[in-house]
Design a protein around this ligand. Sequence first.
Ligand SMILES: NC(=O)C1=CN([C@@H]2O[C@H](COP(=O)(O)OP(=O)(O)OC[C@H]3O[C@@H](n4cnc5c(N)ncnc54)[C@H](O)[C@@H]3O)[C@@H](O)[C@H]2O)C=CC1
Ligand SMILES: O=C(O)[C@H]1O[C@H](OP(=O)(O)OP(=O)(O)OC[C@H]2O[C@@H](n3ccc(=O)[nH]c3=O)[C@H](O)[C@@H]2O)[C@H](O)[C@@H](O)[C@@H]1O
Length: 433
Amino acid sequence: MRISVIGCGYLGAVHASAMAELGHDVVGIDVDERKIADLSAARPPFFEPGLPEILRSATDSGRLRFSTDIADAADADVHFIAVGTPQAHGRDAADLTFVDAAFEALIPHLREGSLVVGKSTVPVGTAARLADRLAEAAPHASLAWNPEFLREGYAVKDTIEPDRLVYGVADERAAFVLDDVYRTAITAGTPRVVTDYATSELVKVAANAFLATKISFINAMAEIAEVTGADVTQLADALGHDARIGRRFLNAGVGFGGGCLPKDIRAFTARAEELGLAESVAFLREVDAINLRRRQRVVDLAHELLGGTVNRRRIAVLGVTFKPESDDVRDSPALDVAVQLKGLGAHVVATDPEGIENARLRHPQLDYVDDTTEALRGAELVVLVTEWREYRNLDPAATAALVDAPVLIDGRNVLDAAAWRAAGWRYHGLGRP
Ligand SMILES: NC(=O)C1=CN([C@@H]2O[C@H](COP(=O)(O)OP(=O)(O)OC[C@H]3O[C@@H](n4cnc5c(N)ncnc54)[C@H](O)[C@@H]3O)[C@@H](O)[C@H]2O)C=CC1
Ligand SMILES: O=C(O)[C@H]1O[C@H](OP(=O)(O)OP(=O)(O)OC[C@H]2O[C@@H](n3ccc(=O)[nH]c3=O)[C@H](O)[C@@H]2O)[C@H](O)[C@@H](O)[C@@H]1O
């Protein structure tokens, strides 16, 4: 099929490449000239495992090309909208400016039978509004909503082998067209839910709200564990043996961040408030508050462990991205902790395998080093806040030899506390004795 993907960020660049990998003829469109130049040269503009390979093979085969000119989307039968929906400045609501602009720019290029497919995460009601606009401006085209559930770090696999497909459609034909797009996954047995616009939009925000709630639930238990001497990691293991609960997404620590979970729960709350349903999702405010308290907890612990002040103390911060296997620093708990410590006068030396460039753009005031050894050397406190494999694999004795004082906050509860203590470290997990 001929496909256009409008918006080539973390979602769209992977979607465009994966669709081409599946055999479709794809054009990726973005307003960012640098991004398009990079993608056209098969250089991924961000770190995502597996993307370099499929981007290269698809561009080499001629099935994938990129452009800044939306007119180049005109030949496509299916147009995916994958532009950003960030948190609006100074408000909780989603900023739909990019979705609206992309949609309007596309309208003149729609032909008889064109299908516009929304992929961006939007507040419930957006698709119906856009469908009304389409009926007025391009009645020969139609709209579907097809939310995306990929995780950064696994984006290529999640796109090619999704765990489910959700189609929000107004007519059967749109579902048939989407079946053609996703033929490979459907043939492999991927479950598909065909529904209305509102349900499809809600599935997406409900999924992220549920994941965020699960993380904040275990972090609330960590708060209780901290006061009672219990161990939240053992608690999570025990809870997880109950198949109804499950162990995944019960890792207590510095909490969730990224370009999606935090802004999606806030946008959901704002939308519910607009609909007069504030009470229905009032708990999401609590989920957000618990999450932000965990960052503060790490900063407070740093104070405590350094004898009451972080001022002028050298702190090694391991990790700046919101999670491993990504270079994304949007709303990163790790970076937030580093910035707060710096604001309190600490000499923060931050390191990360992939995120330094993005972190430096946002927070140039921090000292960044590429090399973990260099970050650790002379540290009076080590704070592990993103659980990259190389930090999980650090040797406690060798690390102790580098630092000035063997004091550690394991902000992701990933290190073997007993082994670190045996090597002479004052080890502090979150929610662990
Ligand atoms: N990043 C992720 O893992 C996932 C993101 N999503 C959703 O996908 C959407 C996109 O997210 P990301 O890719 O992370 O954002 P992003 O910020 O990385 O990418 C958005 C892209 O859209 C481009 N853009 C903005 N206006 C445009 C226009 N008028 N025409 C063409 N391009 C335009 C921007 O230049 C940028 O490259 C959001 O709604 C997000 O919530 C959904 C699932 C996963
Ligand atoms: O809408 C989106 O953009 C995506 O948001 C999340 O994906 P992602 O943001 O890539 O990352 P996750 O793996 O969900 O992790 C989010 C945050 O939660 C944290 N986390 C995760 C799991 C856990 O047990 N504890 C925990 O603190 C991670 O460190 C990270 O900061 C969802 O998992 C995807 O399904 C969704 O498509």
